[in-house]
Design a protein around this ligand. Sequence first.
Ligand SMILES: [Zn+2]
Length: 103
Amino acid sequence: MSDWVEFHRDEAHIRRERAKARELRKTPYFQEQFRKGICYYCKEKFPPEELTLDHIVPVVRGGRSTRGNMVVCCRNCNAAKRCMTPAEQILAEAERKTAEQEP
Ligand SMILES: [Zn+2]
């Protein structure tokens, strides 16, 4: 599926947005999200040190470090998501379900 889209890496964009993400992480809003400890994807509760800050639309795919594009999630969900966009995750999930149904 990764061959459907061209990965156009813009190193300057990635560096800039990752630096911005580090700053955003320190803001009261995200500190509060870490303290609450609820993973955005699986809705489970985790201690703050097991949570990561995730870009819904990944930086490597052109996503930006804004409050709307960033969520707190657990390491498992972050790893499962990798660098897919929300639409690609839905497709990947659908593909997985189809594969499960095949004998
Ligand atoms: Zn999770």
